[in-house]
Design a protein around this ligand. Structure first.
Ligand code: HPA
Length: 273
């Protein structure tokens, strides 16, 4: 089991010295959704490059900041600049934002991501509530991280994703008249997109969307006792399901198109939380 306290205590302490308040809700921004902090009242923005041991995000659309912000009388920590396994980082490094937010006493975490649609009823631009995740292809990393060796044990003590928080997300979508799809987020390490054969397998196994983040963050946050919900922006149809060539540019362009709806949804979720 990885001792995050031993490895990242300095990181947390450097943040703790600068916080204007203890956050209630942490929002992790996915690809292309990075400017949400500009849409709320930001009180302090800490560049993650100024923090000891904080991994450097190398992905376009993932500038590294921890923003402390207010919206609808809620105190927020907005994580801009997610850390991915495909950047060559270890799972403990990917977990630093979740670890820091939990240490700051934050009780809820909303994870957002860009994902490829596997379910043929989806179209690019859809938003999908993550009803569940696969963990099989990162089982070893998850075991190292949280020390859980039996799935049975895991299922008995994790409310994951959190039922109460998920109901808030569904209500927010209803109130904002945003059509919110629901489905299983299927994690792949990357760095390359999947092959058409892998997508057929994912579909057969019950995955509705594929992405390279979120699943391990959700497991770890739930393990730390946080309420977890996750939303995907379906930015493209997964490999083999459309004639269009898959690219990070397409992912960013679709995320840009959907940004307004996504922002409305996240704001309403914060309001109702
Ligand atoms: N596969 C994996 N990750 C992704 C995709 C995809 O098709 N789209 C956006 N993130």
């Amino acid at each position: 089991m990885i001792n995050m306290n031993a490895k990242y205590r300095d990181t947390y302490e450097a943040v703790a010295k600068q916080i204007p308040f203890e956050p209630e809700i942490c929002v992790v921004l996915g690809s292309g959704l990075g400017d949400f902090a500009e849409k709320v009242e930001t009180i302090r923005s800490i560049p993650t490059s100024s923090l000891p041991n904080y991994p450097v995000s190398t992905v376009q659309g993932h500038d590294g900041y921890l923003h402390f912000a207010n919206y609808a009388n809620k105190k927020l920590l907005i994580v801009q600049g997610r850390i991915h396994l495909y950047e060559g980082y270890r799972i403990s490094q990917c977990m630093v934002p979740v670890y820091v937010s939990s240490k700051l006493n934050c009780k809820k975490i909303l994870l957002t991501n860009a994902a490829g649609g596997v379910n043929q009823h989806f179209t690019p631009g859809d938003l999908m509530l993550n009803s569940s995740f696969n963990g099989i292809n990162i089982k070893k990393e998850l075991t190292d991280l949280i020390g859980i060796t039996s799935l049975e044990k895991k299922n008995t003590f994790l409310d994951f994703p959190s039922h109460a928080f998920i109901n808030i997300v569904k209500n927010a979508a209803l109130q904002e008249k945003i059509s919110l799809k629901e489905g299983v987020y299927w994690f792949n390490k990357g760095p390359s997109y999947e092959t058409p054969a892998e997508i057929r397998m994912t579909s057969y196994f019950g995955g509705d969307a594929v992405g390279m983040s979120t699943a391990h963050e959700a497991v770890y946050a739930a393990y730390l006792g946080m309420e977890v919900a996750a939303i995907s922006c379906i930015t493209n149809m997964a490999a083999g399901l459309s004639s269009q060539k898959l690219s990070h540019t397409e992912v960013m362009e679709t995320a840009e198109m959907v940004k307004k709806d996504f922002e409305r949804l996240v704001k309403k979720i914060i309001e109702l939380s």
